[in-house]
Design a binder for this molecule. Structure first.
Ligand code: FES
Ligand code: FES
Length: 228
């Protein structure tokens, strides 16, 4: 018979000193910059030891105009525009889906162009103009894209909707300016009309888990038709 060897449990003598050392090591690990990253609140930092607090200090002063209101902010250089909007300014209309640039839920308009706010560092956009879904409605009137989404029932759960609407507005600006897409392939100064294949390709960065795509696209085509 083949002998089966088993090493059995390893016994490490535990001393009070060893337990204290392990605890200190874990605490130190949790307080490293990579563990805290951009999401740590000012309140969280108040509880750090002074050395760690100094290491974590990466704040820069920036000015941003968000939805027409000027903000003078001290932000950690690692804070994304998405976290600045949601966690610091409580503009929670912009959604966090993947936080990795894959779903489009966090799309906002930055100096008129659509960007993924989860991939944009707030500190690198000093003096920029940001429009979020909250800033599209003017004097109680919905933006034409918002109205079209309502009229065409362009959503189900609505989680992707703020990103879809901001992206659609930015996309129509690109399209009108003649930006090529993988469908049109070439720059056109006067695009004749937005055909469905072109639209799908241009909006491919905005995912809808509810698959409301037919209604989303109908809403965008409607706005494109009335704005050319
Ligand atoms: S949250 Fe930014 S792309 Fe998904
Ligand atoms: S409406 Fe639910 S994810 Fe798009």
């Amino acid at each position: 018979m083949i002998p089966r060897k088993c090493a059995g449990p390893i016994h490490v003598p535990l001393s009070r000193r060893l337990v204290l050392q392990a605890g200190a090591a874990v605490t130190g690990l949790l307080n490293t910059p990579s563990a805290g990253a951009a999401g740590l609140s000012a309140h969280g930092r108040d509880h750090m030891n002074p050395v760690t607090h100094d290491i974590m200090q990466h704040d820069v002063d920036i000015r941003l105009t968000i939805n027409g209101t000027s903000h003078h902010l001290a932000v950690d250089t690692r804070t994304t525009l998405l976290d600045l909007l949601r966690e610091h300014l409580h503009l929670t209309g912009t959604k966090k889906g993947c936080d990795h640039g894959q779903c489009g839920a966090c799309t906002v308009l930055l100096d008129g162009k659509r960007v993924l706010s989860c991939l944009s560092l707030a500190a690198s956009h000093d003096d920029a103009q940001v429009i979020t879904i909250e800033g599209l409605c003017k004097e109680g009137h919905l933006h034409p894209m918002q109205r079209a989404f309502v009229e065409h029932d362009g959503f189900q759960c609505g989680y992707c909707t703020p990103g879809q609407i901001c992206s659609a507005i930015g996309m129509l600006r690109e399209w009108k300016a003649g930006f090529p897409s993988m469908v049109t392939m070439e720059r056109r100064e006067h695009p004749p009309h937005l055909d469905p294949a072109d639209l799908r390709e241009r909006m491919a960065g905005n995912l809808c888990r509810c698959s409301a795509y037919p209604n989303i696209h109908a809403a965008i085509i409607d706005v494109a038709r009335h704005s050319t």
